[in-house]
Design a protein around this ligand. Structure first.
Ligand SMILES: CC(C)(COP(=O)(O)OP(=O)(O)OC[C@H]1O[C@@H](n2cnc3c(N)ncnc32)[C@H](O)[C@@H]1OP(=O)(O)O)[C@@H](O)C(=O)NCCC(=O)NCCS
Length: 173
């Protein structure tokens, strides 16, 4: 049976989207849309954070060729310290990628990036959020639990190296 798509519910984030947060160490952090000039710095961070890292080409695709992707970066004093890649599909959000620089962890940057997407998505009609995370990734699983995600299931051998993924989900609103 054909599924009828309703693009009305897809949130829109203007290029000028900006949100400023005060971090626990009193630094100010800006969350804004990712730009093509950020890709080099973002890819460097990606390689520091993941063994199965996305390449520059992946990020370029997200920025230029994807209708559903709205990548954001976190910036402190002009330096990119984290990023999130959410996909907005109808009234669902899929968190495709999130990472914070190893030098800036445990400063609520991951939490603020995620909350920005959840709050803005909810305001604009998103109802359901899901993501996959390695079963061994304690830090990320704790972050998602803190942000209200629950485990919905396991995807066996989801990753290239054979590790399972937890499927986590959250209802909004
Ligand atoms: C997961 C990640 C994004 C968290 O970013 P972060 O900015 O350090 O996280 P925050 O400071 O916002 O932490 C928010 C909450 O997450 C949990 N958390 C974060 N890091 C944790 C850790 N190392 N151990 C346990 N809990 C952790 C805590 O509940 C924390 O709240 P608290 O500080 O009040 O206890 C970061 O560790 C990272 O980039 N990891 C590598 C990339 C990755 O695995 N991405 C997820 C792919 S699914």
């Amino acid at each position: 049976m054909a599924v009828r798509l309703n693009h009305q519910t897809q949130p829109t984030f203007p290029e000028t989207f900006r949100r400023v947060f005060a971090l626990p160490n009193a630094e100010e952090m800006l969350v804004r849309r990712m730009l093509s000039e950020d890709i080099e710095a973002v890819t460097e961070l990606e390689f520091l954070c993941f063994k199965d890292a996305w390449t520059e080409k992946h990020f370029r695709h997200e920025l230029q060729n994807s209708r559903i992707s709205v990548p954001m970066v976190a910036e402190i004093r002009g330096e990119i310290v984290g990023y999130i890649v959410p996909w907005f599909i109808e009234d669902e959000i899929h968190i495709a990628n999130i990472a914070v620089s190893p030098l800036y962890r445990r400063h609520r940057i991951g939490e603020h990036l995620l909350d920005t997407i959840l709050e803005e998505g909810e305001k604009q009609g998103s109802r359901f959020v899901y993501l996959e995370v390695r079963v061994s990734n304690v830090a990320a699983i704790q972050l998602y639990k803190k942000c209200g995600f629950v485990t919905a299931g396991i995807r066996a051998k989801y990753y290239q190296d054979g590790e399972d993924a937890l499927l986590m989900e959250k209802y909004l609103g």
